[in-house]
Design a protein around this ligand. Sequence first.
Ligand code: GDP
Ligand code: IMO
Ligand code: MG
Length: 427
Amino acid sequence: MPVIAVIGAQWGDEGKGKVVDLLAEKARVVVRFSGGDNAGHTVVNPYGEFRLHLIPCGIFYPQVVCIIGNGVVINPEVLIGEVDQLNQRGVDTTRLFISDRAHLIMPYHILLDGLEEESRGGKALGTTRKGIGPAFADKTARLGIRVGDLLDKEVLLERLRFILEYKNVILTKIYGVSPLSLDEIYSQYCQYGERLAPYIRETTIMLEEALHRNELVILEGAQGTLLDLDFGTYPYTTSSSPLAGGGCLGAGLGPTGISRILGVFKAYCTRVGSGPMPTELKDETGDLIRERAHEYGTTTGRPRRCGWFDAVAARFSTRINGFTGAAITRLDVLDILPRLKICVGYKLDGKTIDYFPGNVATLERCQPIYEELPGWQVPISHIRQYGELPIEAQQYVARLEELTSCPVNIISVGAERGQTIHKMPIF
Ligand code: GDP
Ligand code: IMO
Ligand code: MG
C-alpha cells in the first residue's frame, strides 16, 4: 500500500508542514524520520497556527498514529514541552509514539554545538545550536544514549557515567569550561524517562501492521535535500539525511516500500545559516520577498536568505530523491513581482554548466544564468482550480515542471490547509 515520502527539495522551510497536514487527512500513520528540533514545521488549520519541531504534522487528525522514528535525535525537554502545548490547545497526543532506537540529545550536545560554532569563527556553519551535529556525531561514534535506555535506570546510569567522563574531559581540557554534573543530568533524564515511557515503542512493528492493512503512511521529511550530509553543500549541511533514502533508514522501511516521493519546492529559494546559495538576492527584491513572506526562521527567528528559483539545484534534488511529483508552495508570494527569474544554468570559470557541483568552493564561483518570465501581479491566494490561475502563473509552474522533469501535483497559494490547488492526483 501507499507510502508517500514528503521531502524538502531545497534548503529547508519549503512548507513540508503544510503539505503533511494536508495529506494526513487520508493517512493512518505519519512518521518523522530525520533531524531533530532544528526543524520547525508550520501548520495552519482549524485548531490554529502551530510550529512543530519534533511531533509529526499528522497529530491533528484523530485517526492518525504519529511516530518519531529511529532516525530522529530527540531533546526530551523540547518534546515534553511540545506535547504539553498541544494538549493545552486541545490537540490529543495519545496516538504519539517514539522509537526506542531514536537517540537522545543530551545537555553536552547543546553546549558543544555552541562551543564548536564559536571555535569556527568566521567559518561558523550557522547551526541552530540545538545540539544536532554533536548528537549525530555521537550516534556514529557509538557514544549515543537512546530513548530505550531511559526505560532502565541502571543501564542509563552506567552509560551516562561512561560517556560523561569522556565529554567532561573535552569540555574542561579543550574548551576550558566547567564540567557537567552526572547527578543532575541523571536525575533530569530519569524524570524524562518516566514521563515519556508510555510513548516508547518498537515502532517498525506498528509501521508493518499499517502496511499489512493497506493504510496510507506518510514519511515526513525534515530540513531539505541541499542540507543533506552527503549531497548538500558540505560542510554547510545538517548532520542527517533529509532525502527519501533517509526515510527508509530513519523510519525502518525497505526502499521497495515507498510508492510515491513528493518533493516540496518553494516557488523561489530560501536558506537560513551559512553556505553557498547561487541565486541569493542581496538587493531590494530579496528584502521584498523576505518581508512579504515573513521569511524568518521558524526555529531560530533568523532572517532567511531569499533568491530566485534554482532549477539546476532542483533537477539535482529530483535526481537524488527520485521524486515522482512535486508540491510548489508559496506561489502567492510572487504575486507582486512584475518579472520573475529562474536559474537555468551556471557560469563557472567562463564555461556554462547544468549540474550542481559537489564542493562548495566550486559552487561559490558559480554565477546563475537566468531566464525571465512575466509576473501576474494579481492576488491568487483565493484560487482553487489550476485553470483559474492567471496565465503567467500557469506558465511559471509549467516551466518549473519542464526544467525539473517533475510533474506538479500540488500548488500551495497560502499557509492555510485549504489554500491549495490539486493540479494532478498523487495516486
Ligand atoms: P517547513 O519547515 O518545510 O515545514 O516550512 P516552515 O514552516 O519552516 O516555513 C514555511 C512557511 O510558509 C510557514 O510560515 C508556512 O505557514 C508558510 N506557508 C506554507 N505554504 C504557504 C503558501 O503557499 N503561501 C504562503 N504565503 N505561505 C505558506
Ligand atoms: P525544516 O525541517 C532550514 C540549517 C541550519 C544550518 C544547518 C545546520 O524546518 O526545514 P543544524 O542545527 O542542523 O546543525 O544546522 O542546517 N537547518 C535548517 N534550515 N530549515 C530546517 O528545518 C533546518 N534545519 C537545519 O540553519 O544552516
Ligand atoms: Mg521549517
